[in-house]
Design a binder for this molecule. Structure first.
Ligand SMILES: NC(=O)c1ccc[n+]([C@@H]2O[C@H](COP(=O)([O-])OP(=O)(O)OC[C@H]3O[C@@H](n4cnc5c(N)ncnc54)[C@H](O)[C@@H]3O)[C@@H](O)[C@H]2O)c1
Length: 217
């Protein structure tokens, strides 16, 4: 299959690209940084997803994974508006089989930075909108909404022992996911899955159900 993934130079996007390459799919990556993947089945376009004029002309994409994302850096423009533009450009067409939007647990809880959680919450509604529009092509669209994942995006807290201990105290499973674990979910939701559509799949180790039950002793 022809697979287009944004944000493939590091973190979750790189792990998803490598997961598809392992199965010999043809993978095309778009990232504002240089490529870090060396594989004959991989083609890289160095481009900002907001630079609509410079995006490559591609046809026949079968799987689209919208993964490129930022925190506190014009998040609505990158995480939501560019995701919509990329989906309309490459995803809404007869060869599409599956679209996966990488959202966030914060879309469900409102946690983290204001623009960030709002950008991710917008993905929830847009995912349903797209699911209805690609259904006539026998295609699906879902979002994968991770909690904490060990990636360079989070280096500032991962590498701070005091902050990391505080985060683990709030985290039911006492660990964060690896990028490879999230990539496995991405592969399952886009290739193995052919019937679940318009849904937001939370993969967060219980982060979003972390509640305190107050009751009389
Ligand atoms: N790491 C987490 O804990 C976590 C949790 C929930 C959701 N997410 C989401 O997962 C996705 C990937 O996050 P990550 O942790 O791998 O981040 P990361 O910063 O490690 O990697 C993001 C990649 O996207 C690229 N990118 C960013 N902005 C871009 C732009 N404007 N144009 C083109 N490329 C761009 C970067 O160059 C980088 O290669 C993001 O959408 C993020 O919001 C991450």
């Amino acid at each position: 299959m022809k697979v287009l993934i944004t944000g493939t130079t590091q973190g979750i996007g790189k792990a998803i690209a490598e997961r598809f390459l392992k199965e010999n799919h043809t993978v095309i990556g778009i990232d504002r940084q240089e490529s870090s993947i060396d594989d004959v089945n991989y083609t890289h376009y160095q481009c900002d997803v907001r630079d609509y004029e410079r995006l490559p002309e591609l046809s026949g994409v079968n799987v689209l994974v919208n993964n490129a994302g930022t925190q506190n850096e014009q998040d609505i423009d990158v995480n939501l508006k560019a995701l919509i533009h990329i989906t309309e450009k490459y995803g809404i067409q007869k060869d599409i089989r599956s679209i996966l939007n990488i959202g966030s647990a914060s879309a469900h809880t409102g946690a983290e930075f204001p623009e960030y959680c709002a950008s991710k919450a917008g993905i929830l509604a847009y995912t349903k909108n797209v699911a209805m529009r690609v259904a006539p092509f026998n295609a699906i669209c879902n979002s994968l909404d991770p909690g904490g994942v060990i990636t360079p995006l989070n280096d500032c807290v991962i590498n701070d022992p005091v902050l990391w201990e505080a985060i683990m105290n709030e985290t039911p499973l006492k660990r964060w996911a690896t990028a490879e674990e999230i990539a496995e979910w991405a592969y399952f939701l886009t290739v193995t899955n052919t019937f679940c559509t318009g849904q937001s799949i939370l993969v967060d180790g219980g982060e979003s159900i972390n509640y305190n039950f107050i009751w009389k002793e």
